[in-house]
Design a protein around this ligand. Structure first.
Ligand code: ZN
Length: 143
């Protein structure tokens, strides 16, 4: 999941992302000068150098760009069930953004490139977001 650090060390430029999550929304920084989104957040546009950055709420639905399955815990990781899936998610209404996050609610063998995904926002103990597959009409008909 994309989650805020619990020890207070969150970089200030990420604060709007987690504040939007706390309100149940996903938002990304967008340059008012050139109109491009970027990620990770910066105080200036990586494309044109402008400091006219505004955070824009997006629909939140995305597609799977790439992923990996983690079978062994990393040193220092908080305990979590294994395996888990780390994915890169793209957003049609925030082109240029690829968010590193967790993919939940599915088996790794069922994933495919450009798979439609929906956000799963949790608010406690801190705002987090993961993504789950959106069932297609054919999957609903066969389940
Ligand atoms: Zn720009």
């Amino acid at each position: 999941m994309t989650e805020a650090p619990v020890n207070g060390t969150m970089a200030q430029e990420f604060r709007p992302f987690f504040e939007a999550l706390a309100g149940g929304c996903i938002s990304f920084p967008r340059c008012d000068t050139c109109g491009r989104f970027h990620w990770y957040p910066r105080y200036w546009c990586p494309y044109c150098g402008s400091v006219a950055i505004q955070w824009r709420k997006i629909d939140g639905r995305g597609t799977l760009y790439s992923w990996t399955t983690v079978h062994h815990a990393f040193s220092g990781d908080p305990p979590r069930p294994l395996p888990y899936i780390v994915g890169l998610v793209e957003f049609a209404d925030a082109p240029g953004v690829r968010l590193i996050t967790n993919i939940v609610g599915t088996d790794p063998a069922r994933l495919f490139e450009n798979m439609p995904l929906a956000p799963v926002i949790s608010l406690t103990p801190q705002p987090t977001v993961a993504f789950e597959p959106v069932e297609t009409a054919s999957e609903v008909a066969h389940s």
